[in-house]
Design a protein around this ligand. Structure first.
Ligand SMILES: [Zn+2]
Ligand SMILES: [Zn+2]
Ligand SMILES: [Zn+2]
Length: 361
């Protein structure tokens, strides 16, 4: 009989843990709160704030019933404990029942309190109110930006991080943190190096970054992301990320190259826009930054070396040109990229890094 209790307890704890912090197998099998309740939760893309109000509340409610589920399951697998007959169950069983009922009741009360009066007591709504009133106006600004495909997103375990044009949002099981981008300072506080990630079988580094907001009442929170996403994160943020502790960041190969590429180009000759040459247009690669690069053969005299003059007008920004250059290299020999050449994306004239010139007027 004791064996049954132990086996049941272990199995229940295992399933409950998988439910609370789902491993990848559970997520791909759809066994998450989000999936089970998808019709009630609605679409995250259509109504981001409403979705997370419902998600955090129902997650809390479901999890609070797990201990009671254990009590009922235990009563079914070992009837001799008489768990369904509290008068004969004994002291330990009664205490267990009270604790399980208490946790479930606590969950119900909390969920009811949060959803009461059209969610006005939910901590997420209270946080939105710190950014403006009414909270629904702030919520609709968040919702609109969340729909844009340009947002940054990173999901690690049960926590997701989104960075839109003006918001930083971290969603965990019962809680949502949000901060307004122009009001935050970000600083790297810690890096965790893992030799092997069970998700991808390669060495990974996670960065913990503290987000502190100057908005009154918005508490600082820590976001966590894979260091290979660091370049994308920085691109999406308006403010620099402080690295006061000089944490060594294992950036992806392309991020590292891009940094070296920009460093070199900033030391190169600049290209003076001539009288009558039109204003730079948006970069045709990203459509976001102005085209600020002109290819000019500077590495050798004309007719010498492998590079060929390019007569294209400025069409690319430094980031896109760097990414293009990297994409034309032998991916197996990154140590040779800096000394290598690439064809111009438009006319195919060969150029090297010394021929990439910033435009000035
Ligand atoms: Zn660009
Ligand atoms: Zn060209
Ligand atoms: Zn050259």
């Amino acid at each position: 009989m004791e064996q049954i209790i132990i086996v049941f307890t272990l199995a229940y704890v295992l399933v409950a843990l998988c439910f609370i912090a789902p491993p990848r197998e559970f997520v791909s099998a759809g066994l998450t709160v989000q999936n089970i309740l998808s019709s009630y939760l609605g679409s995250e893309d259509m109504d981001f704030v409403g979705y997370h109000l419902r998600r955090t509340t129902s997650t809390l409610l479901l999890h609070s019933f797990l201990p009671l589920g254990y009590y009922i399951g235990l009563g079914l697998v070992s009837p001799e404990l008489r768990l369904f007959n509290p008068a004969r169950g004994g002291g330990v069983a009664n205490v267990l029942l009270l604790v399980c009922l208490g946790i479930a009741l606590g969950g119900v009360i909390c969920a009811r309190y949060w959803s009461w009066n059209k969610w006005s007591n939910h901590p997420f709504v209270k946080l939105l109110l710190k950014h403006g009133t009414p909270w629904r106006a702030v919520a609709s600004s968040v919702n609109i930006e969340f729909c844009r495909i340009t947002k940054f997103s990173s999901i690690i375990g049960g926590t997701s991080l989104y960075i839109t044009d003006s918001w930083i949002v971290k969603c965990s099981a019962y809680k949502v943190n949000i901060a307004h981008q122009p009001d935050v300072h970000l600083s790297i506080i810690h890096a965790e190096d893992h030799d092997i990630s069970h998700e991808s079988n390669v060495a990974v580094q996670f960065l913990n970054i503290r987000v502190s907001s100057i908005t009154p009442g918005v508490k600082p929170f820590v976001i966590r992301l894979n260091s290979t996403d660091y370049g994308d994160l920085r691109e999406k943020l308006q403010a620099p990320i402080r690295n006061a502790r000089n944490v060594v960041i294992h950036q992806s190969l392309s991020d590292k190259f891009l940094e070296a590429f920009k460093e070199q180009v900033s030391q190169n000759e600049v290209y003076q826009l001539q009288e009558g040459e039109e204003e730079p247009e948006p970069c045709i690669g990203c459509m976001q930054h102005p085209a600020n690069i002109k290819l000019q053969k500077m590495c050798a005299l004309s007719g010498e070396g492998e590079c060929v003059p390019c007569y294209c007008r400025p069409m690319w920004c430094i980031d896109c040109m760097g990414k293009w250059f990297a994409s034309r290299q032998n991916q197996q020999e990154p140590e040779r990229w800096l000394a290598s050449t690439s064809p111009c994306p438009t006319c195919r004239a060969k150029f090297c890094m010394l021929d990439v010139c910033f435009i000035t007027r």
